[in-house]
Design a protein around this ligand. Structure first.
Ligand SMILES: NC(=O)c1ccc[n+]([C@@H]2O[C@H](COP(=O)([O-])OP(=O)(O)OC[C@H]3O[C@@H](n4cnc5c(N)ncnc54)[C@H](OP(=O)(O)O)[C@@H]3O)[C@@H](O)[C@H]2O)c1
Length: 349
């Protein structure tokens, strides 16, 4: 179906219902960008919590797909319709994709759990969604993979790579984004660091923490996602998305400590000590920085593979420096960033 077809008529009533008129639509983009009917999966998650209001404010008609649990997206997206569905239950997806032009596929998990959840949710779940999208004649899918996706880099990155494959061979228009670790209000990354800085007099560091990361601000990520929905010319692309700063994990922890006023000495924990200490602390109900598995995900999905940053070269976004964005986030949210689930998000039942 061509973009801007009768299905995108704002006056049309249907399962999408109405979305509030955009108040601050960019006049240049408004002239060239038709309103789309967009399904966002993973709508109770961190990134969706920022994306949903942005898409709605741009005049798109947005349907948010969730599994029926509460999350930040539920409360922060006025004018968005919600649908309950699960990517592992194909029969639940038909209603979710009905009359959509674009699917932004954010549902996924980053932590391997017993029961093969990475394969079940990231790979099979993506295939289920593609089948439903093809049946419903969805025009485009925007898939969020992860920096470092590869068939040879551990179960998480393999699952991302396999899902990318499925998207690319689906026959749908597609845009694939591979973000570095994403941070911002209600994130899983800085929030986890802050939780430890608040609770402990030292920051226990698993390993030496010298590996480099290139965190990207959620606002910049949302810009890239929004353009992936709207721009015809980015179709077919696979784009890495990262911030401007390549920082060691240690320097990130130090920066978070400085900006939040919670400076703590960093205590390196050798592997032999780290695992039992982490297990003990978690079982006693204490926040711990990151598990070994989560650190492995961070370490491998760390920095851009080359010098080019598509956030600038393709999406024309000037990525926010880590310290500046963090200062903004922390000053606008006096209690700091919320949530405590660790990097890259949800564990998956
Ligand atoms: N945040 C990052 O730094 C980062 C970096 C690279 C890639 N990514 C990927 O980008 C996507 C969005 O990130 P995020 O940080 O917003 O993730 P998030 O907060 O963990 O949210 C993940 C979402 O996926 C949903 N979900 C999980 N299993 C599902 C299923 N079977 N059916 C339907 N929905 C399901 C979760 O629903 P429930 O609330 O019901 O669990 C949640 O809404 C994720 O796939 C993530 O792995 C994130």
């Amino acid at each position: 179906m061509a973009s801007g077809s009768a299905r995108a008529d704002p006056g049309d009533s249907g399962p999408f219902g109405g979305v509030a008129e955009c108040e601050q639509l960019d006049p240049i983009d408004a002239a060239v960008t038709p309103s789309r009917r967009v399904l966002v999966t993973g709508a109770s998650g961190f990134i969706a919590g920022h994306l949903l209001p942005r898409l709605a404010s741009r005049g798109h008609r947005v349907r948010a797909m969730w599994r029926g649990r509460d999350g930040p997206g539920r409360s922060s997206a006025p004018g968005v319709d919600w649908v309950e569905a699960d990517v592992t239950r194909p029969d639940s997806l038909d209603r979710a994709v009905l009359e959509c032009d674009v699917v932004v596929h954010l549902a996924g998990c980053s932590a391997a759990e017993p029961g093969g959840s990475l394969e079940r949710i990231n790979v099979v779940g993506t295939r289920n969604l593609l089948v439903a999208a093809l049946d419903a004649r969805v025009q485009r899918i925007v898939y969020i993979s992860a920096l470092g996706a590869s068939p040879a880099a551990g179960p998480y990155f393999r699952s991302r790579f396999q899902a990318e494959d499925a998207v690319m061979s689906s026959g749908l228009e597609h845009v694939i984004l591979r973000p570095a670790v994403v941070y911002g209000p209600s994130d899983h990354f800085v929030t986890a660091i802050l939780a430890v800085l608040r609770k402990f007099p030292v920051f226990p560091m698993l390993g030496d923490g010298t590996f480099k990361l290139q965190p990207v601000a959620v606002e910049d990520m949302v810009d890239a996602l929004t353009q992936s929905v709207e721009r015809p010319d980015v179709e077919g692309g696979l784009y890495e998305v990262a911030g401007p700063d390549r920082m060691s994990f240690v320097s990130i922890v130090r920066t978070v400590g400085e900006v939040s006023g919670l400076r703590r000495p960093i205590l390196p924990l050798p592997d032999a000590v780290a695992s039992p200490v982490t297990r003990l602390a978690r079982s006693a109900g204490f926040a711990t920085p990151f598990t070994r598995e989560q650190l492995d995900v961070l370490r491998r999905g760390s920095v851009l593979s080359g010098e080019d940053n598509p956030l600038q070269s393709v999406f024309r976004v000037k990525p926010l420096p880590f310290r500046d964005a963090l200062e903004d986030y922390l000053s606008s949210e006096p209690t700091g960033l919320a949530g405590d689930t660790g990097p890259g998000g949800a564990t998956c039942p």
